[in-house]
Design a binder for this molecule. Structure first.
Ligand SMILES: NC(=O)C1=CN([C@@H]2O[C@H](COP(=O)(O)OP(=O)(O)OC[C@H]3O[C@@H](n4cnc5c(N)ncnc54)[C@H](O)[C@@H]3O)[C@@H](O)[C@H]2O)C=CC1
Ligand SMILES: O=C(O)C(=O)Cc1ccc(O)cc1
Length: 369
């Protein structure tokens, strides 16, 4: 989809990880002005300092009245409040209000009760993010190749939907249309339930650790992998879980059944059932898409085992630079607390990846793709 020719003002309410990343996707594009609304002077300072916006205001009215698009990127519990505030204002004809909240049924139901004149609401949820929060964590690449769910209601005309879809092409995400309730069922299972499990698991181990600090010291790769999301923002997640409460209560009942089955298998010392459970899980997980290699900017990744030697990462980067191999990204995937274990190198060009594999293999590194 082409992105040229959008002249518009975009207002962002809540310029944190997601709002800030959206701002970075739009800022500086021809004809686009990005304005942030801050609810407190201290937050206004923070937004200004981040540099992700063209302008920051403490006035809802100033941010919104002449905006063509309004993104609500506040915690889910505040979405309804801002919809109501916006409903009191004489917004620009044709303005599209959207949100980025992790649940879609409640905000869609709230929007339905409001009578916006020539102003449209389309729910949205970019399926990308992290355990980090705040505008300082924002990145213009956050949404690249991710799915971006939109939940338009039947009364939304195609040209209105297409206008938002068109603007979102700046995020380089793939837009997908889903019914709000269906969205909440699925995202409850693949995102909200895992956050609950991660938090419960960390808190269980943390309680053992109070009397025996070895728990923390010995916690290794597997524990860190499965619990990264337990470090997510407490307020954002309080609101998400409360908003998707009914779905989550059902999912937790199913989870309890899973735990019950595992308990039974162990009580029976049933090795076959343990193997079968791992085989079944492994085969489903192996089919999960990696962060999708995309339609727009494919990334070609390789993994290198890095020994515990000072300066090793700098040396690898220098070798690639000397060989004029263009590296797009470099990330240490921690497998131990104190030592880098695996290095992920990402390339935009397949040819660069292949040359890197050859070079690093010849230098004696263990390289996997
Ligand atoms: N964290 C993630 O990975 C993802 C989060 N989301 C959704 O995006 C929304 C924002 O989440 P994040 O960006 O992660 O959180 P964040 O904490 O990084 O950003 C929230 C922003 O809202 C502002 N804010 C808080 N209370 C406010 C209020 N009363 N009025 C105005 N602004 C207020 C904060 O100052 C902050 O800038 C949430 O609705 C969340 O469900 C969606 C996709 C991914
Ligand atoms: O950090 C992660 O892996 C996430 O799961 C990020 C995330 C958090 C909330 C969402 O609604 C969507 C994505």
């Amino acid at each position: 989809m082409r992105t040229e020719g959008i002249n518009c003002k975009i207002a962002i309410f809540g310029v944190g990880l997601i709002g800030g990343s959206l701002a970075l996707c739009f800022k500086g594009k021809p004809g686009i002005e990005v304005v942030g609304y801050a609810h407190e002077p201290k937050i206004q300072e923070r937004y200004l300092k981040s540099g992700v916006l063209d302008h920051v205001t403490l006035s809802i009215e100033e941010a919104a009245v002449d905006a063509d698009f309004i993104f609500l990127s506040v915690p889910v519990g505040m979405l309804n409040y801002y919809l109501l505030e916006l409903n009191k204002l004489p917004l620009k004809k044709g303005c599209i209000i959207t949100d980025v909240g992790s649940t879609k049924a409640s905000i869609t139901a709230a929007a339905k009760t409001l009578d916006f004149q020539d102003v449209y609401f389309i729910g949205g949820h970019p399926m990308a993010g992290s355990e980090r929060s705040g505008v300082e964590a924002a990145s213009p690449l956050l949404f690249e190749n991710a799915y971006y769910v939109l939940t338009p209601q039947p009364e939304i005309k195609e040209d209105v939907y297409n206008k938002l879809h068109h603007l979102l092409s700046y995020t380089r995400a793939q837009v997908i249309r889903v019914e709000p309730e269906h969205h909440d069922d699925i995202v409850g299972a693949i995102s909200h339930l895992p956050h609950i499990i991660a938090v419960a698991l960390v808190n269980q181990i943390s309680s053992y650790n109070q009397n025996e600090p070895l728990y923390q010291l010995l916690a290794a790769g597997g524990f860190r992998d499965i619990t990264r999301i337990a470090s997510s923002d407490p307020v954002v997640w309080r609101d998400i879980l409360l908003s998707n409460r009914d779905v989550l209560l059902r999912l937790l009942r199913d989870w309890n059944k899973q735990v019950g089955q595992f308990t039974q298998v162990l009580e029976d010392s049933n090795g076959e059932a343990i193997e079968a459970a791992f085989r079944e899980a492994g085969s489903f997980r192996d089919q999960l898409p990696e962060r999708r290699k995309g339609i727009i900017n494919a990334l070609f990744d390789i993994y290198i085992d890095v020994p515990d030697t000072p300066g090793i990462i700098g040396r690898i980067a220098t070798e690639l630079g000397t060989a004029r191999i263009n590296l797009s990204n470099m990330q240490i995937i921690e497998s131990r607390e104190d030592v880098p274990g695996i290095l992920r190198l990402s390339f935009r060009q397949e040819e660069d990846m292949e040359r890197a594999i050859e070079l690093l293999t010849n230098l004696g590194y263990t390289v996997r793709s």
